[in-house]
Design a protein around this ligand. Structure first.
Ligand SMILES: [Zn+2]
Length: 501
């Protein structure tokens, strides 16, 4: 064994919320890619001086879109956003750049949150080329005819058998449902209009609510590390907060993860100033009292990006509302996706509301352990914008300045103006690594205890949180120094995270 395989990060300021360490100065010992206890032979460990640096576990992104047909469609439909730009990295970077950019940002694990079972092999082939990070996929395992038939028949044995089969064949980490029953409505010509959770699917004796209820139980019985990952119906539509509330009620007492809640929290009946608004308050009130539920926010940030979703109806609705060309991609008629470029603008009423609604979620949920920071990359914003989002959460003055620039109606009506809460460093650490690791079911990640993967990020502390979090001093992946001051130092291959069944 060489000294390089054994080292100690000496004297850093540790943020390890899973072990209650909040700014404690301590040493972290690493051997063969794993955190170990203080050794009997400290002289055998190389010393890395970490004094004055903030040490956190590597970042974990539990909801992103980095591989598979929709990402490739995004590059095709918006080639101008697939190149590096003066303003920053490509909105839809290559798979290689994706790994390098995540690592330079201090992230060491990423999940693609929506891969059709028929595209699993392609997605894995692409992800094999994503360097550095450990990575996994959530399978859209509920869209095909076999599974729908089993769900409709309420044949739980068959549902569980199918889930095991698909998860095994597709090497999935979790099961995702995107607009439950949505592909059926879509195939039968039901588009972006509302259907509620109790509308029967065309030609089937089953409702979206029954699909959610049966699927969440099947996922629980199969024993996957992550609970059912739910993108509920009516994404992006005014008044859809009711659908989200009904979704949460459907899961009462059952473990489920609610994806990109920002896109599901709109009040009103139309897209105009007098009507559209925030439906967050009643949703948070419910969420705060239901500890089996977790969520990621899907924050939007202002700028150019590409929307991509397994929910074709939502993409079509958005394309029609904005007059933007879009792409619909079908996979064996048993799943699909919609893709279109989008520019979020501060002065747009709707975009300003979306921005404020995401922040309202972050700042009114009481337990950060049930929240994962996400922008639903690239739907709400590029993942490289996470540091800006962290500053919006952790620096109220910065947030107030940003609020002063958005559409005046939103500034006036959003509860955000009255919210003083600031995330502490410890809370930022929770929502970017400790909580997403725990929520995703990654026992060896998101913490720095003995036995943890040595995925570790060292930051230079700064009042300017966006600056602090955008350029870590050092990033280790499985004990290997992979990035330093924004420069990638090594490109080891990460592991594929597949649930063992
Ligand atoms: Zn997503």
């Amino acid at each position: 064994m060489t000294a390089a395989h054994r080292f100690v990060l000496r004297g850093g300021t540790i943020h390890d919320p899973a072990h209650g360490r909040d700014g404690l100065v301590a040493d972290i010992w690493i051997e063969n890619g794993t955190v170990v206890g203080a050794p009997a032979d400290p002289a055998a460990f190389a010393v890395v001086d970490a004094a004055g640096l903030v040490i956190m576990p590597g970042g974990v992104d539990l909801h992103s879109h980095v591989a598979g047909p929709k990402v490739n469609a995004g590059r095709r439909i918006a080639p101008h956003l697939a190149r590096e730009r003066a303003a920053g990295p490509a909105a839809v970077p290559t798979i290689h750049a994706t790994g390098a950019l995540y690592a330079a940002l201090g992230y060491t694990t990423v999940f693609d949150a929506a891969i059709a079972t028929g595209a699993a092999a392609i997605a894995h082939a692409e992800l094999d080329d994503l360097p550095i990070l450990d990575k996994g996929i959530y399978l859209l395992a509920a869209d095909d005819a076999d599974m729908l038939a089993a769900l409709t028949a309420h044949d739980m044995h068959r549902c569980e058998a199918l889930l095991r089969e698909k998860m095994h064949a597709g090497r999935g980490w979790a099961v995702k449902v995107a607009n439950p029953g949505g592909p059926s409505f879509w195939k039968y010509g039901r588009r972006g209009d509302h259907h509620d959770l109790d509308t029967r699917l065309p030609e089937r004796q089953v409702t979206p609510r029954q699909i959610l209820d049966r699927l969440v139980r099947a996922v629980q019985s199969v024993g996957l590390p992550h609970s059912l990952h739910v993108h509920t119906a009516n994404l992006g539509l005014p008044g859809n907060w009711r659908t989200m509330l009904e979704t949460m009620r459907t899961f009462d007492g059952l473990p489920a993860h609610l994806a990109h809640v920002q896109f599901h929290s709109y009040s009103g009946g139309d897209l105009d100033e007098g009507s559209f608004g925030s439906g967050v308050a009643p949703l948070v009130e419910h969420f705060n009292t239901r500890d089996t539920l977790t969520l990621d926010v899907g924050q939007i940030l202002f700028g150019d990006t590409v929307a991509m979703t397994g929910d074709s109806a939502a993409a079509e609705h958005l394309a029609q509302a904005t007059g933007t060309p879009w792409m619909s991609h079908d996979l064996h008629l048993e799943g699909g996706c919609g893709v279109l470029p989008i520019a979020y603008k501060e002065k747009s009423l709707i975009h300003a509301w979306q921005w404020a609604i995401g922040l309202e979620w972050f700042l009114t949920v009481t337990d950060p352990w049930r929240v994962a920071l996400s922008t639903d990359h690239p739907n709400g914003a590029h993942f490289t914008a996470y540091p800006v989002l962290m500053q919006l959460l952790g620096d109220e003055a910065f947030r107030r300045e940003a609020l002063a620039r958005i559409h005046p109606a939103v500034r006036k009506r959003s509860p955000l103006a009255g919210i003083r809460r600031e995330y502490s460093l410890q809370e930022l650490c929770i929502v970017t690594r400790a909580a997403p690791a725990r929520i995703a079911g990654l026992a060896h990640k998101g913490h720095l205890g003995v036995g943890a993967d040595a995925d570790i990020t060292l930051y230079r502390p700064s009042r300017d949180l966006a600056r602090m979090f955008s350029m870590p001093a050092k990033v280790y992946k499985a004990g290997i120094l992979v990035a330093e001051d924004g420069t990638v130092k090594a490109l080891p291959s990460g592991r594929t995270l597949a649930a063992s069944l």
